[in-house]
Design a protein around this ligand. Sequence first.
Ligand SMILES: Cc1cc2nc3c(=O)[nH]c(=O)nc-3n(C[C@H](O)[C@H](O)[C@H](O)COP(=O)(O)OP(=O)(O)OC[C@H]3O[C@@H](n4cnc5c(N)ncnc54)[C@H](O)[C@@H]3O)c2cc1C
Ligand code: FES
Length: 253
Amino acid sequence: MKLTDETGIIKENILVAADTYRMVIKGDLSRRFGPGQFVNLLIDGLTLRRPISISRYEPEEGLYVLYYKVLGEGTARMAAMKPGESIQVLGPLGTGFPIDPAHPEPVLVIGGGAGAGPLIQTARELRKWGYPVSVVLGFPTKDDVYAVEEFRALGIEPGISTDDGSFGYHGNVLELIESRKETARLVYACGPKRMLRAVEERFERGYISLDVRMACGMGACMACVCRDRKEPGAYHRVCKEGPVFPIGRVVME
Ligand SMILES: Cc1cc2nc3c(=O)[nH]c(=O)nc-3n(C[C@H](O)[C@H](O)[C@H](O)COP(=O)(O)OP(=O)(O)OC[C@H]3O[C@@H](n4cnc5c(N)ncnc54)[C@H](O)[C@@H]3O)c2cc1C
Ligand code: FES
């Protein structure tokens, strides 16, 4: 799909959990995203763009929603931006979550930390196509929990785990899944690598969204490659063939 570098207008940029913000942007790209795709944001004063997933898009209102965690200079500068300011957005980028409208089946959506937001639109699309959807989300503590209302708005009550037990199930999200005796065999997951590795050990079918360091974000520089699990010498660009890959396709270093 043709890439656009558009000037989006920030409509909202608020703190929703510890170091976690929701930014709502007005722009034409809202009509061109698919679930699991991302944008590359040009932030004033920084040369390298920062990749952030599209958590939700509302084409009729011309809006798209990002949830992001402040980690370093780029995301800290984003957090200081105010409604009415503009931001340069390159997208739509990457290959997102595939959804087969012809074969709906029970699906388990698994999010960890900053990986919870990017699954909102995915859960929404899966429901739209008739998939029975369960959602489980894991966070370090209750202060980190976000996006719950977004899933509730879709008619889904997400299961929540926290590592310290301060909210929901006490343990990690994989332990929560075992405690719920989930029967879905198909999973869609986004979160830290150690969570994705555990998902790959536990489930045979589904998709994971990888978060790696990127540079160009559009397939040109090879900064983001990861090795194919089965084919020696074969590589995949996370920004182009990913960030979403079928379970078992790539090596997570
Ligand atoms: C396809 C994709 C989608 C993403 N979607 C989201 C999202 O929806 N919400 C969100 O909060 N974050 C997301 N990220 C991660 C986000 O891009 C980084 O957190 C951000 O670029 C950090 O920029 P910074 O300038 O604030 O931090 P930097 O100053 O660049 O780095 C600060 C610290 O974070 C580490 N870091 C930076 N980038 C990454 C990364 N990609 N993976 C692991 N560690 C990193 C650095 O090593 C350093 O320790 C996504 C990343 C990718 C590749
Ligand atoms: S970041 Fe340049 S090829 Fe992926």
